[in-house]
Design a binder for this molecule. Structure first.
Ligand code: B12
Ligand code: SF4
Length: 488
């Protein structure tokens, strides 16, 4: 008899109790893993977050069909604790379940993950083939994979090198049949649409590339996915979009890639094929690298159905961009690009970060001023949060301005249950993390919601209502006082 695997997301609301301000993850990752794992086991998917299951309900649902293996996925380390809660609850109900953990958090923090004895295997890096081969091994049908797995062997932890899928074109399409995608597409983003989510319901997230060759100091992507851009073929993407539309009624998507346009040729080719296929799917682009945009690409974007862009500018100070952030943006060119994008009927949101190591209070103020005046229709401020092993971490450590250390026990606390939006880890002679926390929340509120015309426009784009918006605003203000990490 074939053995059984459940692939699952824990519910991050166990740690943070506001469904409106916590990200909904895309089941595509689980469906992608399932599409390969089904070669060796029967697979099902439980998304604890989307179903908003309590810990008990979650453990019951995951174990109801008596699985042999449970694969728990965790995207970011900010919610690392959820993994341990999930594993403990599953083992309490069914102690002989083999728990395999994977995802970005596990890829980066595997030592901490495997230190928890309820977790049997941790997988570092791209999981598709490694999970399949590990399962085959555990079913007695093959050797232990040579990469990707971290496990205990007696008293010793064995750490194999990080895994990578060199050619994404070889992967099968995510097996969306493992999940009620139609329900997900209808409900998951209903609380707020707009440029950081799919722009219309039913809508889903999609990622089609992995990796980025750039060197932004705060970013962990190179460590997770490598510097080389790997992409699904344009034909595969068009086929997947058509399937999402035809089978699950999807009308819109957000392309959520690290840096979707770092290969301009690839991206233009994809857009042309989307146009030729007359997909009639609206889309937004999650973290658009403005410095790669050109007029031809902008025309193609508009024609292919792009209705919103979230552009990552990060700072309103050229010195901070060049010396600290290391992102190749020329601020001078930004307002004109925003004007051109808006002229195509594309909504522009923009991300900024505040409180970098060595940043002056005036430079922070300059960023707020730039955000307000650059033409973006919605702006977001994030607190510079150094992730371990990034250049930003090193910079902050060297300057002696890091509030936290890399020691495991402190990392557990740091990465365990707090959300980075509501915290800041950098100190300065000129400002405190609290200053940044307060500035961020109030300036976000003032710039986006102080003006009634802008407020109405945001409500319209989010397809939201006054009450929801006011609740998100209040959560964000509360995050200053209670440290609950409200986000926007
Ligand atoms: C798209 C994206 C999002 C999307 C959601 C994507 C989704 N999957 O639903 C949104 C916008 C919601 C999002 C939110 C956040 N994100 Co984000 N996000 C990304 C991004 C750009 C791509 C992730 C992705 O989908 N990749 C494609 C899929 C297929 O890859 P994957 O999920 O990693 O899965 C593969 C492997 O990890 C593994 N795997 C995964 N699960 C499992 C399970 C098992 C059992 C196994 C064996 C293997 C395995 O196999 C998979 C296939 O190869 C990454 C950058 C990156 N390259 O990872 C940042 C990134 C993960 N995000 C980051 C952050 C900080 C966040 C937020 C915390 C931001 C915030 N403060 O709110 C939130 C947290 C969300 C959460 N709930 O955890 C950081 C995480 C850093 C860290 N170490 O914690 C990253 C690395 C970007 C960065 N700044 O460096 N994010
Ligand atoms: S462009 Fe985006 S993905 Fe690439 S290094 Fe910079 S922040 Fe990371």
């Amino acid at each position: 008899m074939r053995r059984r695997l459940v692939l699952t997301y824990p519910n991050l609301l166990w740690l943070k109790f506001d469904p409106v301000t916590t990200w909904n993850l895309s089941p595509a990752t689980l469906c992608q893993l399932g599409a390969v794992a089904r070669d060796v086991v029967d697979v099902s998917v439980v998304d604890g977050q989307f179903l908003n299951l309590s810990i008990d309900e979650y453990a019951e649902k995951v174990t109801e069909n008596d699985p042999d293996f449970v694969g728990v996925s965790l995207l970011s380390s900010e919610y690392g604790q959820a993994l341990h809660i999930a594993a403990e609850a599953i083992k309490k109900r069914k102690p002989d379940t083999i728990i395999i953990a994977g995802g970005v958090h596990v890829t980066r923090e595997y030592e901490q993950v495997i230190a928890d004895k309820t977790i049997d295997y941790a997988v570092r890096g791209d999981g598709e083939y490694i999970l399949r081969d590990l399962l085959a091994h555990l079913c007695g049908e093959g050797p232990m994979p040579e990469t990707g797995v971290v496990y205990r062997d007696g008293g010793k932890v064995v750490t194999l090198p990080q895994a990578i899928v060199e050619n994404l074109e070889d992967l099968p399409m995510p097996d969306y049949g493992l999940f009620d995608m139609a329900d997900f597409a209808r409900r998951a983003y209903a609380y707020r649409l707009g440029p950081t989510n799919p722009p219309e319901l039913p809508g889903v997230r999609i990622t089609i590339t992995r990796g980025c060759p750039l060197e932004c100091s705060f970013c962990q992507v190179k460590l997770i996915s490598g510097a080389r851009i790997r992409a699904r073929s344009a034909d595969q993407v068009v086929e997947e979009l058509a399937l999402l539309r035809d089978r699950y009624g999807v009308k819109s998507v957000i392309f959520d890639d690290d840096n979707l346009i770092s290969s301009k040729r690839y991206f233009k080719d994809l857009l042309s094929r989307m146009i030729d296929a007359r997909l009639d799917i609206k889309f937004t682009v999650g973290a658009f690298a403005l410095f790669s945009l050109d007029d031809e690409m902008l025309d193609l974007l508009a024609e292919a159905g792009c209705v919103g862009m979230n552009i990552a500018i990060e700072s309103g100070s050229q010195r901070v961009l060049d010396e600290i952030v290391r992102k190749p943006i020329k601020l001078q060119a930004v307002p004109e690009w925003i004007r051109k994008i808006k002229a195509k009927g594309i909504f522009v949101a923009s991300n900024f970060m505040l409180g970098f190591p060595g940043e002056t209070w005036d430079e922070i103020r300059q960023t707020v001023h730039f955000a307000e005046t650059c033409g973006a229709e919605y702006v977001k401020f994030f607190m510079a949060t150094p992730l371990p092993d990034t250049a930003l971490w090193e910079m902050a450590e060297k300057q002696g301005v890091l509030k936290i250390s890399k020691k495991l026990e402190e990392k557990c606390e740091r990465w365990g249950s707090r959300s980075g939006h509501g915290t800041a880890e950098i100190i300065s002679d000129e400002w405190t993390p609290e200053d940044i926390r307060i500035l961020r929340a109030y300036e976000w509120d003032r710039i986006n919601f102080g003006d009634p015309v802008k407020r109405r426009r945001t409500i319209e784009i989010w397809k939201s209502d006054e009450e929801t918006i006011n609740r998100i605003r209040k959560d964000t203000r509360d995050s200053i006082t209670f440290g609950s990490g409200g986000r926007h």
